[in-house]
Write a protein that binds this ligand. Structure first.
Ligand code: B12
Length: 115
């Protein structure tokens, strides 16, 4: 955030979420505070975690571009919950709540027209 002391910690929430996924899910974790990625990198689906409201604009931007390229997107994190209705316009699916081991993949909300 602008004007704030700059520090980077590994974001807690997506790491906890990733740890709850079954072993057959291969996760690549990218923190845009410290690294970049290419939309051309091969992915099956995209998970976006938003803790702060200030991350929302970028989160939606990433989702819009992946969806334009035909990739499915799922959002999670506190700011996803705080701005769920608006975020629905930028995603195929959304995770609200907290994960329990092994339940992560079945708890998300299916939006109309998405299976
Ligand atoms: C811990 C915490 C921190 C830690 C973060 C440590 C870390 N390494 O990540 C520290 C102390 C560093 C911190 C700092 C700040 N924080 Co803080 N923080 C929290 C707190 C207390 C808990 C967040 C958390 O880790 N929860 C535990 C995780 C495991 O749960 P979760 O986030 O809900 O994630 C679960 C699900 O959402 C889901 N999930 C998450 N991501 C994804 C992604 C996908 C794809 C899927 C499917 C699911 C999924 O799975 C997770 C596991 O169950 C919250 C308040 C709260 N009670 O939630 C405030 C909170 C998020 N922080 C807040 C703020 C404002 C800040 C600061 C900006 C404060 C400041 N002025 O410096 C800084 C920003 C730092 C930065 N640059 O990122 C605000 C955000 C408000 C807003 N609307 O933006 C909150 C809500 C507090 C508040 N009420 O004001 N914070």
């Amino acid at each position: 955030m602008q004007g704030q002391t700059h520090f980077n910690l590994p974001p807690h929430a997506p790491v906890v979420f990733a740890a709850a996924l079954p072993d057959y899910v291969d996760v690549e974790f990218i923190d845009e505070n410290v690294e970049t990625f290419s939309f051309d990198d091969p992915v099956d689906f995209v998970g976006i975690s938003m803790m702060l409201s200030s991350q929302i604009k970028r989160g939606w931007e990433i989702a819009d571009e992946y969806r334009r390229r035909g990739k499915k997107v799922i959002f999670g994190g506190i700011s996803t919950m705080l701005h769920a209705e608006e975020t629905m316009q930028h995603t195929d699916s959304m995770f609200l709540g907290e994960v329990n081991h092994g339940q992560a993949l079945t708890m998300h909300i299916h939006l109309p027209g998405v299976h």
